[in-house]
Design a binder for this molecule. Structure first.
Ligand SMILES: NC(=O)c1ccc[n+]([C@@H]2O[C@H](COP(=O)([O-])OP(=O)(O)OC[C@H]3O[C@@H](n4cnc5c(N)ncnc54)[C@H](OP(=O)(O)O)[C@@H]3O)[C@@H](O)[C@H]2O)c1
Length: 278
């Protein structure tokens, strides 16, 4: 048995001090057109939210620093409707001091089966895009102008009662088609900020290029879900764990927060596959 080499990353890392333009972080989190980055935070014991049922109680300034840079580099933030409701999303803006990084405004795209758009977003000056399926189309179109509603129903029905039929019955969305529609609007750098159900579906569809995970130095006990949640594969189905390759790891020494950037597509060494099993 050949034992693997281990790289000691954290003590050997260089210091990345706060900087108005965040040039170091901008380089570390370069966002290529066509790439979908997901950004999530989890506690040491795997919780995706704190006692108040939102992630604000488990994040901190280190997470905020990276969060801002990621928003500055994206064309569009994609979130599940559950997250928009829980975290009370409003119209997004480019983070202060980083607006020069992209000429266009930061767009928001909400993914929903129900088509139920939170009132805060309907009232915004800059309206969100809504990506929905057959079940949510009418409600979304009643709330928003037609050019803000992307209707992309899952179309896999073959009547055998399998997973694809279940997706159609739930009013599911063809997420790949939704992302293609955003790309056609010029929104090609996609930042998904969750939540756990949407992330699970994007991973299962093999649509996530990289997963940034902040490990919050806290424990919240049983209750909160993991950063991926849902029904998983149909009973009897099994999938091998998918690979991920570490691009970098940042450590905030005062609190102990860890910020990792994981690449999910096959790398040069073929070690990561990006084909999550859901
Ligand atoms: N730790 C973190 O980084 C993080 C990040 C984000 C959120 N959160 C937390 O996660 C919690 C919310 O969890 P959640 O799993 O319910 O969030 P979620 O995935 O954002 O919301 C689920 C809802 O989003 C819509 N949705 C998700 N996947 C869909 C798909 N494939 N097709 C169509 N619609 C889809 C549906 O909306 P409809 O109901 O409208 O059909 C669904 O009910 C909150 O407590 C929030 O604070 C944590």
């Amino acid at each position: 048995m050949v034992l693997p080499t281990l790289n000691l990353i954290v003590p050997a890392s260089r210091i990345v001090p706060p900087d108005d333009g965040e040039a170091d972080l901008v380089a570390l989190y370069e966002h290529a057109p066509g790439a979908l980055r997901a950004n999530m935070i989890a506690t040491v014991d795997g919780g995706a939210w704190g006692p108040d049922h939102v992630s604000g109680s488990i994040n901190d300034d280190a997470d905020w620093r990276v969060f801002r840079v990621q928003r500055a580099l994206a064309d569009v933030v994609v979130v599940g409707a559950g997250t928009a409701r829980a975290e009370q999303y409003t119209q997004l803006g480019r983070p202060d001091g980083l607006a020069h990084l992209r000429a266009a405004p930061l767009e928001l795209a909400l993914v929903t089966r129900s088509g139920d758009v939170p009132p805060l977003l309907v009232q915004a000056d800059r309206l969100p895009y809504v990506i929905t399926g057959a079940r949510g189309a009418a409600a979304a179109q009643a709330a928003l102008p037609a050019d803000r509603v992307i209707v992309v129903p899952a179309t896999g029905r073959d009547g055998d009662g399998g997973d694809e039929d279940r997706d159609v019955d739930r009013g599911d969305v063809d997420l790949a088609a939704g992302l293609s529609a955003l790309a056609a609007l010029g929104l090609r750098r996609v930042l998904c900020e969750g939540g756990p159900h949407l992330l699970a579906d994007l991973l299962a569809a093999g649509l996530v290029d990289e997963l940034c995970v902040t490990t919050s130095p806290r424990l919240v006990g049983p209750g909160p879900s993991r950063i991926v949640a849902g029904e998983g594969p149909a009973s009897g189905a099994s999938a091998a764990p998918a690979g991920a390759r570490l691009a970098h790891l940042l450590h905030e020494p005062a609190a102990g927060t860890l910020l990792a950037r994981w690449l999910l597509r096959a790398g040069d060494d073929g070690s990561a596959t990006g084909e999550a099993g859901g």
